[in-house]
Design a binder for this molecule. Sequence first.
Ligand code: F3S
Length: 283
Amino acid sequence: MKVELANTAGFCFGVKRAVEMVYEQAEKHKGERVYTFGPIIHNEEVIKDMEERGVSVIHSVEELEDLKDGTVIIRSHGVPKAICDILEEKGIPYVDATCPFVKKIHKIVAKKSAEGYHIVIIGNGSHPEVEGIKGWAGDGATVVQTTEEAERFKIASNKVCIVSQTTFNYNKFKELVEIISEKMYNVIVLNTICSATKERQEEARGIAKRVEAMLVIGDRRSSNTQKLFEICSNACADTYYIQTLDDLDMNQLRSVETVGITAGASTPNKIIEEVQNNVRIII
Ligand code: F3S
């Protein structure tokens, strides 16, 4: 009879730091307005809890431009430089909760583009993190996500600096870098993939392989939780996707002796512990 909880379940370093910063600011500015630019994480429970403490979500640049007061928190994905400029021009104080690993990419692309390099970001162009990185890269930035895009990539200059979205798949990154490198002679490649996602996925796969049932906890809209579910389902036929303890049908677990638990990067510890404690009881 065993419950195995993944060490890497839940918040990564950058998300944990950003969430803590929001709670700190809410406490510090009690009774005043505090905003996050975009939801701090994809988790309804946490957003609701933050709202109760006076933290609202700003959804667009227009809304940001209309702000008259308050404190704005920039989430772990980071934002384009233009957003910081708007806040500075308006004199609205802001707290930058951009993950230091993402901030490092901002610094690299700003420096290299100032040195005349064309920046290539390997990643998903519609992801806020990539939009943010692009916004620090001067004029010359191209986002490449697919083999076709890498093959089509062509620029007049030969100086190219390639970075990656932190959550991009390493093998795909390598493949795209090879295609681009073959066409140019002055290419700087910086692998800026963060290991947190990969470690979480590998640990989940390992646990799913050795347990009879696997629980993946996370918000329905969280893409990294969906990916975890896919990985675990491939390794363990009895894999369940739950958002909170309420989604768990305890009867499904009564006949098993080993249960594994993992959670997406935006799942709070409180929810993970609740599930773990309850599963322990039925087993
Ligand atoms: Fe930062 Fe890596 Fe998390 S880049 S936000 S620690 S996935």
